[in-house]
Design a protein around this ligand. Sequence first.
Ligand code: GDP
Ligand code: IMO
Ligand code: MG
Length: 436
Amino acid sequence: MNAHSPCTCVVGLQWGDEAKGKIVDLIGDDYQFVVRYNGGPNAGHTVVWGDRTFKLSLLPTGVLKPTLRSVIGNGLVVYPPRLLEEIDQLEAGGIHVGDNLALSDHAHLIFPYHMEQERATEHGEDGSAIGTTGRGIGPCYQDKVGRSDGIRVGELLHPQHLGERLRTVVPRKNRIIHALANGNGKPCQFDPNELCDEYLRYAERLKPFITDTTSMLQKGLREGKRILFEGAQGSLLDIDFGTYPYVTSSNSLPGGIWNGSGVPSRHLGRIIGVVKAYTTRVGRGPFPSELDDGPTGIGERIRKIGREYGTVTGRPRRVGWFDSVAVRYTAALAGVDEITVMLLDVLSGLKELRICTGYEVDGKKTAHFPSDAFLLERCRPIYDTLPGWSADLTKARKKGDLPAEARRYVDRISELVDVPVSVVSVGPDREQTVMM
Ligand code: GDP
Ligand code: IMO
Ligand code: MG
């Protein structure tokens, strides 16, 4: 950690939903900017203040605090109706979104044909589904990298140009969607002029937010301002280092910051890795420590108590024991200085707890994390067993309030991941936090 560097990153070290939103909200007051650098409306970050719960998808969590500038960086893919809906919901709840929000002109636009394209591949009968959030994330990033069909937010400001682009791109998309349907049902087809009119209506409302956010952030740094980067998804969903192909389409690890915001990584002074006290995963893909133990098992109990249902799609999250092999792998990749252990309260009442400390594969033991899905699929977990505790943790506010077994569990996580634990969370509310 370099205390003189002005930027901090909050990054999930598992498969997403580690409660990054709570940590960003908790420390946000120390910064002038909160920046999303990856992903799009696939994210669902929750912040709880007393009896108020906010769920943010495209907007950075900082938007709840009017003194912070919230930035949707160039690394994102943006679906304008969802963004406007989020802004309207906040406004209806008395949270003003105005000058405090900036949207990168280089971010890419999601169109309805991206979602249609995704539906065709996800719902095919060939078993190749990834279990995505269905928000068009993959097809939009494909178009970004493919170049010929990608359309950026800044293009919304040039009506004639946008119309020309859509009249080139949409017929191609219609042909692709038609081919993917392969005679099954009646594939959805799009009209470029109608889409253009629709997106120009969104543009009218989004215009005040659209800007060159990279120059804005670099100017901020020159003026001595501090930036908090809010990672979306988790490191095991990173396109390069996650459990490919069951990943998302962006770099959720801090490696995504430079490309997704234009802020060079040498400005990063502190990297906070967020983990749950257990593991969850939404969507398909290997999960060695999964608790697949039926409706009366521990997995279902954790799901119920932890309310483990997707923020974006409402899907039940798959649940399992804490996997220290996976988190040691991602903590090293992310270069974290500290970890925060979230949802520890959910484990109260279990007689014994397990932590995965290694895998057995083809009769051999290993502590190495093979991120390729087909290799990870063959790994069987090796567990450490620790005593549980029965006390309710939700009122704990300092280390001494935690039962000895809970402290021992957290210490063991820290030891196995080889990173100090700075925060333990014992409930969704910002008050339900223990500084270690
Ligand atoms: P994110 O995507 O990483 O921001 O996480 P999500 O918001 O998708 O999921 C985390 C969920 O856990 C949210 O519903 C939070 O309100 C909730 N939560 C956060 N911290 C705690 C905690 O310590 N205990 C419990 N029980 N719930 C928590
Ligand atoms: P936050 O920021 C949990 C998962 C999907 C799927 C895979 C690919 O709230 O932690 P995508 O729609 O991105 O193409 O889906 O990634 N996924 C998430 N899982 N939390 C998220 O975001 C996720 N964003 C995507 O379930 O397995
Ligand atoms: Mg989430």
